[in-house]
Write a protein that binds this ligand. Structure first.
Ligand SMILES: N[C@H](CCC[C@H](N)C(=O)O)C(=O)O
Length: 294
């Protein structure tokens, strides 16, 4: 049996994150371990952020992102803030350059404890999302759900933040939509060959949005950082808002999104530590650190 690895259960605005310390090891978190940890109410999570030794000079760590269903994600904004907070607490370092499967990621902890992550440039080409067929205008693609002549949700904007996102614009309260019913249907719609994260967004002013997300591989979550970025850039791109917005997520918290002139999207928000323990990356068996036990 491989030795146990330390982990911290954290959250980013209610997005449930496990930061797994896989530095100095060659094994990886097995999908079965992720599924076991997700099934245990004490360690239930949306994403595992597995911190590995760096692969590329100039980066501090390679980060692997694993969804609750054991699948992999290319981006996780809220989880990246949790990684920054954990590493900043350990090392005192404030500025980080990470590598993920989607590329290089810069992040920084500020004096007030908030954390900014440069999520890179969004992509809007239909092959970039990806979509199964060509759509020339990804600001509003032809996709709808509900009765054909009275769709409940329709014409989403699609964007890639490294991972695939569809954003449905609604006029009513985002809570009035049955996202737990529509989410799985849309996540697995054949138009999204790699599935997609599905959000509904209500624009409340030129600077504010309300957002709910059904995450690919994790379901309904209390926050989704990359979806917040995808919604913000899509809102700006369709003329609904300016390029700097505050997004309210289901936990009631907010993320600040700035789509900079150099095309990079910078997301700023909090991260919170809950408890620490160690786990077996092969099976997901785990125990809580003794000093944390009340
Ligand atoms: N919670 C994450 C996104 C996870 C995306 C994942 N569900 C995927 O498969 O793309 C965030 O804060 O950005």
């Amino acid at each position: 049996m491989a030795s146990e690895a330390p982990f911290a259960k954290m959250n980013g605005l209610g997005n449930e994150i496990i930061v797994a310390d896989m530095r100095g090891r060659t094994d990886r978190v097995a999908p079965a371990a992720a599924i076991a940890l997700a099934a245990d109410p004490a360690t239930k999570f949306d994403q595992i952020m597995a911190i590995h030794d760096p692969r590329t000079p100039g980066t501090v760590n390679y980060i692997e992102i694993i969804n609750a269903d054991g699948s992999h994600a290319q981006a996780c904004g809220n989880g990246t803030r949790c990684v920054v907070q954990a590493l900043a607490a350990e090392t005192g370092q404030k500025v980080f350059t990470f590598e993920t499967v989607a590329g290089i990621l810069n992040a920084e902890e500020h004096a007030d404890g908030s954390i900014s992550v440069d999520m890179g440039a969004p992509r809007f080409g239909w092959q970039d999302i990806p979509l199964a067929e060509e759509f020339r205008d990804t600001r509003a693609i032809e996709l709808q759900i509900g009765p054909i002549d009275a769709p409940v949700l329709h014409s989403p904007s699609v964007a890639s933040m490294g991972n695939p996102h569809a954003i449905f614009w609604v006029d009513n309260d985002v809570w009035s939509y049955d996202l737990d019913r529509f989410g799985p249907l849309l996540e697995n719609h054949p138009i999204f060959p790699e599935r997609a994260n599905i959000s509904i967004a209500q624009v409340t002013s030129r600077e504010t949005l309300n957002l709910r997300t059904w995450e690919r591989g994790a379901g309904l979550t209390l926050a989704c950082g990359s979806a917040t970025c995808a919604a913000a850039v899509s809102a700006a791109r369709t003329g609904r808002t300016g390029r700097t917005v505050t997004v309210t997520v289901p936990s009631g918290g907010t993320l600040q999104i700035d789509w900079r002139d150099d095309d990079h999207v910078v997301m700023t928000g909090p991260a919170e530590w809950e408890f620490s323990g160690s786990f077996d990356p092969a099976t997901g068996g785990w125990s809580r650190d003794r000093q944390d036990v009340a």
